[in-house]
Design a protein around this ligand. Structure first.
Ligand SMILES: *Cc1c(COP(=O)(O)O)cnc(C)c1O
Length: 401
């Protein structure tokens, strides 16, 4: 027997920050013949589905559904609210904030970016400065990425609302909750979020392909004042359709809707507050292990302050440059796939090989997290990466507490 025999045979584990692990319930719900889209179960399902989507976001307001990934709902949200030439403010703490701002520019908006780098959360004082300087209220919206999946920073969305209110700035607060939805606490109405975008393939545990835009009355009035909105992106008929096809601007994403129904049943069956608490505890177990490994001087958690760490994704690096090697080792040897680093180093830069991420969103329990951590520890050992001892014990203590 050689030392490096593959142990990958068996059920694989995709621990990347989306798509996330798909529950059997979701997959089974999708495994069916094509349903009638003109009458019957699918149509009857819609009011309950949108009610449960609203319940999950803690909102009484509207939700529009799109056959789209996260990029699609980014565009949908902007297409309904921001006219060409209007200005949006983007406090950026990672690649996804820049991605949303690029999309805004593509639609003819002007963008003002406050860049906090790749490891730091928003600095509210700098955002306040920008808002205060905007005496003419040219800024029509603040594009706020709640959890930036590239950096794993979780930003203070309610704090941003407070700031806008204190400064009496009328800009819409638009939140990207694509990574955080169903993982980190989010309360649209209590937090005063005007527009929220999310997608189904992360905390919602459904294969990629459906996205959502939530909006309140303030956002609806901005939509009403728009010179024009493209027929396909218009959220008005989607949120309040007279006909079934209007929910989707055409043919329904039939199987995704059944998968989504099953996922919402799982989430509300567990209870959203319990779902949040489970993610918080599992994230703490992961951080505990990472902090012990970090004592070896090679592994670094991208976000230093736990208060600003996402409960859905953790961005890490190995300063020795063995991040890519670790991912390859766990995938080939263990059937455990870790996430690549994203947006941390330019293409072609050898530093890219330092970075990797752990997805811990959605259909995730304690034994999976212990398996994930055990697999990483085996990889660190196999690759001779110096690491502190006792990481699994530290994680087990969190889980046992
Ligand atoms: C995944 C993600 C996106 C992009 O979603 P796609 O479905 O890949 O288009 C945008 N923002 C955040 C925060 C994400 O996590």
């Amino acid at each position: 027997m050689t030392g490096n025999i593959s142990l990958a045979q068996g059920r694989e584990y995709l621990a990347i920050p989306g798509p996330s692990v798909m529950p059997e319930e979701v997959l089974r719900a999708m495994h069916r013949p094509a349903p009638n889209i003109y009458a019957g179960a699918l149509i009857d399902m819609m009011p309950g589905l949108t009610a449960d989507l609203r319940r999950m976001a803690r909102t009484e307001h509207d939700v529009a559904i799109y056959i789209a990934n996260g990029h699609g709902v980014w565009e949908a949200a902007l297409a309904n609210t921001i006219a060409p030439g209007e200005l949006v403010l983007i406090p950026a703490s990672g690649r996804f904030s820049h991605g949303w701002s690029e999309m805004a520019r593509g639609l003819g908006a002007e963008t003002q970016i406050i860049d906090f780098g790749k490891s730091d959360p928003w600095d509210m004082d700098r955002i306040a400065e920008a808002l205060r300087a905007d005496t003419e209220h040219r800024i029509k919206a603040v594009l706020a990425v709640h959890v930036d999946t590239s950096s794993s920073i979780r930003n203070d969305v309610p704090g941003l609302r407070k700031l806008l209110d204190e400064l009496e700035h009328p800009a819409l607060l638009m939140a990207d909750c694509i990574a955080s939805f169903g993982c980190d606490v989010f309360e649209m109405d209590a937090w005063g979020v005007d527009v929220m975008v999310t997608a189904c393939q992360k905390g919602l545990m459904v294969p990629p392909g459906v996205g959502f835009v939530y909006f309140n009355e303030k956002a609806a009035s901005k939509r009403a004042a728009m010179p024009r909105v493209s027929w396909y992106w218009d959220w008005v008929p989607r949120a309040n359709p007279d006909e079934f096809f209007q929910y989707f601007g055409g043919t329904a994403p039939t199987h995704h809707l059944y998968g989504l129904r099953a996922a919402l049943d799982l989430i509300h069956g567990e209870g959203i507050e319990h779902v949040w608490a489970r993610h918080a505890k599992l994230a703490r177990a992961i951080w505990a292990a990472c902090e012990v490994w970090a004592e070896g001087g090679d592994l670094v958690l991208n976000v230093a302050d736990p208060a600003f760490r996402s409960h859905a994704v953790t961005a890490l690096r190995l300063d020795s440059g063995k991040g890519t090697a670790l991912r390859q080792w766990t995938e080939q040897t263990l059937g455990l796939t870790l996430g690549i680093g994203l947006g941390m180093a330019a293409p072609g830069d050898p530093a890219r090989d330092k970075f990797f991420r752990l997805g811990h969103m959605g259909h995730l329990n304690g034994q999976m997290v212990m398996g994930l951590l055990g697999g990483i520890q085996a990889g660190l050992t196999a690759l001779n990466v110096p690491h502190g001892k006792g990481a699994l014990e530290a994680a087990a203590c969190v889980i046992a507490s």
